[in-house]
Design a protein around this ligand. Structure first.
Ligand SMILES: [Zn+2]
Length: 403
């Protein structure tokens, strides 16, 4: 089999699929807005929304095309193997060099991220980040990403060399532990990017505490995050596990919503907890890790995959690249389809929990404010919702809440 051609074809298919999704998204900007969400944007804001989404989509088409061309050049001309030859011949140095080149090549896409944040988002009034914040974020992300990939590469190498065919089970196990650890440590990681303050005493804190206590739901703290340092968009989430859970509110959310609306959003989040939705998500990620384990196993026992790209034998950095950006990239839309199907059902159930707590109306007005702040698409194509929406559309949710 011609492995090189196969890999290049897959990279092309993944790229074309991405273009297709962007094209569907651009077309749906002209869909009529459902009546129950017609009051989210006024006429002027809606015109701005359309212009904003058109600009973002055009930028996405250009940046994914550039990224595709870079990938194709690196692969077609065996650049990874040539670069690896500059380094010592140990398996670790060889792995590291490929990870390094792949990270460096991703730096070429930073101008597009810059344009998105500092030019487009700035123009529409979302951006709050300064050039300094933007650059600091990029440097932090680059360093964290590089070390993470080297860590995973070293693990793949160690597991394969010492345990052979047990790779699938052990790789999947370690990766699962890794993701669990990451969500456990998420509160600490997020401090690299943001500052957190305890929620001030007052009406909001009292109502949130009452709501949590009534349902026997324990959290360690309620914190406010300085999201406004970067954006005017807003959100809220639970982080951590079990009794270590922390509620995080964006300061932009606290600013824009009434205490009742914030409680409604949290009654919804609590609904996820009561229905064990996080557990389902974790099982799902375990399944993904098993698939990654199988792909890793198949990849490292096919030396032709490496010789086809100029390597002399297995390179664990290149293996990682093939597993994540070629093989898994090809099947991940299928996972998305399945995951999003269950996720949208869970969202309806969580909304129902908020309604049960008496926050139905507040949830509707809160969700409308969130949609407005985040410039949400009010009438996305139904096909796109099936393919990549983890949440039902605002209009569908309001319909269900009012029923
Ligand atoms: Zn939810």
């Amino acid at each position: 089999m011609n492995y090189k051609a196969l890999v290049l074809i897959i990279v092309t298919v993944v790229y074309l699929y991405k273009l297709l999704l962007t094209w569907i998204r651009m077309r749906s900007a002209h869909n009529p807005v459902p009546e129950n969400v017609a009051d989210v944007y006024d006429g002027e804001t809606y015109r701005k929304w359309r212009a904003y989404h058109a600009e973002i989509s055009r930028l996405e088409i250009i940046s994914s095309t550039v990224s595709y061309v870079i990938d194709m050049v690196l692969l077609m001309f065996n650049v990874y193997a040539a670069f690896a030859k500059l380094f010592a011949d140990t398996d670790f140095a060889q792995m590291e060099s490929v990870v390094l080149l792949s990270s460096l090549s991703s730096l070429l896409l930073i101008p597009f991220a810059w344009y998105r944040t500092m030019v487009i988002e700035e123009k529409y009034g979302f951006n709050k980040a300064t050039a300094g914040t933007f650059c600091a974020d990029q440097i932090k992300e680059f360093v964290i990403g590089l070390f993470l990939m080297i860590g995973i590469g070293a693990m793949l190498m160690g597991v394969h060399q010492s345990l052979g065919d047990w790779l699938i089970v052990v790789f999947a196990g370690i990766m699962t532990l890794f993701t669990l650890m990451f969500s456990f440590l998420y509160p600490f990681f997020s401090k690299i990017f943001n500052k957190f303050k305890p929620l001030e005493d007052g009406e909001l804190k009292d109502s949130l505490t009452a709501l949590l206590e009534k349902n026997g739901y324990r959290v360690r703290a309620i914190r406010v995050m300085d999201a406004s340092r970067r954006t005017t968009k807003s959100n809220a989430y639970f982080s951590g596990f079990g009794k270590m859970k922390t509620i995080v509110l964006y300061d932009t959310l606290v600013e824009a919503m009434t205490p009742d609306e914030i409680c409604a959003v949290f009654a919804h989040e609590m609904g996820h907890g009561l229905h064990k939705d996080t557990l389902r998500n974790q099982l799902f990620s375990l399944l993904q890790m098993i698939v990654l384990g199988v792909l890793a196993w198949l990849t490292v026992r096919t030396p032709e995959l490496f010789t086809a790209f100029g390597f002399e034998g297995v390179n664990y950095g290149f293996a990682l690249l093939l597993i994540m950006s070629v093989e898994f990239a090809l099947i991940s839309p299928l996972f998305g389809l399945l995951f999003n199907y269950f996720s949208r059902k869970a969202e309806y159930r969580a909304d129902a929990q908020a309604v049960k707590e008496g926050y139905g109306e507040a949830l509707v007005s809160g969700l409308k404010k969130l949609a407005k702040q985040n410039y949400a698409d009010l009438a996305p194509s139904p096909l796109l919702v099936k393919l990549e929406y983890s949440h039902p559309t605002l209009s569908q949710r309001i319909d269900a809440i009012q029923k």
